[in-house]
Design a protein around this ligand. Structure first.
Ligand code: R5P
Length: 261
């Protein structure tokens, strides 16, 4: 039951349920990756089964593709979709301008391509992901395995020239071996603490040979849905402001109990 979830999981869950309400039959929908996006995929699966919701989903990782299929959602590739109506995804951090750090689950490359190919990107997150300035969460940068140590040195030099001091760059591991992304690459995590100029850093990173993509999503996200542990959900839009609802009020617990079991 939903009441057995931790407050953070409840927050993720209600944000995901609110976002699922934005999805309508006929839409081509980008499906994000991570624990929050997994709640979304489950909720959409429930709507497909119970309401006959008819959508085509473009997953952003092999993990999401597998979950979506298990949930009965029709899965197509981005090339088959061509363009998407909406992408819904989680984030590791978001700021007041809806700029993001993503890639904590190593899926940033497909996530950025899919989000950029969408009319709208909606982020779903628990309230703890909101920051004043991005950077407390280590910034993931996807690099090709060939010469990754040289790429790391180039990244460190670029950070020096930008006066980003006191940083470290670490190779993400999966046990004893480097983490390998869905695209066969590695992830370097940049421990920056605070990113003064995220827009500039995103551009500089992608100029470095060996870097495939970085986890800064600048001017990509249109709405953020913030979930709270008590069931409150804020739908924030930079132009239209914030709409507050409570997903667990008036029988909401029953409404979603199947999903949360
Ligand atoms: O690579 C992973 C993605 O960017 C995730 O959306 C992000 O890490 C947030 O994941 P979670 O919802 O599990 O906190």
């Amino acid at each position: 039951m939903i009441k057995d979830l931790s407050p953070i999981d409840k927050a993720k869950y209600v944000a995901a349920c609110r976002a699922a309400d934005l999805v309508q039959s006929g839409m081509r929908v980008g499906l994000g990756t991570g624990s929050t996006a997994a709640w979304l995929v489950r909720r959409l699966g429930e709507r497909v089964r119970d309401e006959g919701l008819s959508i085509k989903g473009v997953p952003t990782s092999t993990a999401t593709a597998q979950l979506a299929r298990e949930e009965g959602i029709e899965v197509i590739s981005l090339d088959q979709a061509g363009w998407l109506d909406l992408t819904i995804d989680g984030a590791d951090e978001f700021d007041g301008e809806f700029n993001l750090i993503k890639g904590g689950g190593a899926a940033l490359l497909q996530e950025k391509i899919v989000a950029t190919a969408s009319d709208q990107m909606v982020v779903i997150a628990d309230a703890g992901k909101e920051v004043e300035t991005l950077g407390a969460f280590p910034l993931p940068v996807e690099v090709i395995p060939f010469g990754w140590q040289t790429t790391r040195t180039l990244i460190e030099e670029a950070l020096d020239t930008m006066d980003v001091l006191g940083t470290s760059v670490t190779l993400r591991m999966n046990g004893e071996a480097p983490k390998v992304t869905d695209e066969g690459n590695h992830i370097l995590d940049l421990h920056l603490k605070r990113i003064g100029n995220a827009r500039q850093l995103a551009l500089v990173m992608n100029q470095i040979p060996g870097v495939v993509e970085n986890g800064l999503f600048i001017d990509i996200c249109d709405k953020v849905i913030v979930g709270h542990g008590d069931g409150r959900v804020e739908l924030r839009d930079l132009n239209e402001g914030t709409v507050l609802t409570n997903m667990l009020g008036e029988g909401g617990d029953n409404l979603f109990s199947d999903l949360a079991d």
